[in-house]
Design a protein around this ligand. Structure first.
Ligand code: 5GP
Ligand code: ZN
Length: 133
């Protein structure tokens, strides 16, 4: 995204860049695609994964379209911190504090990222294997 495209970003007034209009998670944020929401505020959304890999599997995403962790700007550091704090809170609410779980960010091709909008997965409710496949 270049500077002028960045200037177009305004999810409240539904002004999207071309990149965002092709993005599945931006469509979920806009309500164009339904999701089972756990939490929403001005800057983030949490919803259950459509294809859960564990008894508890949800995603926490910024409303700002950030493609992946490699293009994260320094100025978004606090936002990403808040995404993790919210993921932890939601995991706790679902009974996953005692035994824990996994907070995961897949990035780009080798990381297995399939949706190019930054997201934290939380997986819990069962023992998870390591190393990943
Ligand atoms: P990634 O592979 O990029 O790390 O994770 C993308 C996740 O988004 C996958 O776990 C996938 O199941 C989930 N996903 C893909 N499409 C949808 C959808 O339309 N709704 C929901 N709730 N999750 C989705
Ligand atoms: Zn997006």
């Amino acid at each position: 995204m270049n500077g002028s495209e960045k200037g177009l970003f305004n999810y409240r007034e539904k002004c999207y860049t071309k990149e965002m209009s092709n993005c599945l998670f931006c469509k979920i944020i806009a309500g164009e695609i339904p999701s089972k929401k756990l939490y929403e505020d001005d800057e983030m959304l949490a919803f259950y994964d459509i294809n859960p890999m564990a008894p508890v599997h949800f995603l926490v995403i910024p409303k700002k379209h950030i493609e992946n962790l490699f293009v994260l700007d320094e100025s978004d550091a606090a936002l990403v911190g808040r995404l993790f704090i919210k993921a932890r809170e939601l995991a706790k609410e679902r009974g996953c504090e005692e035994k824990g779980g996994r907070f995961v960010i897949n990035a780009k091709t080798d990381g297995g990222q399939t949706v190019d909008h930054l997201h934290i997965h939380f997986l819990g409710g069962r023992a998870l294997g390591w190393p990943p496949g």
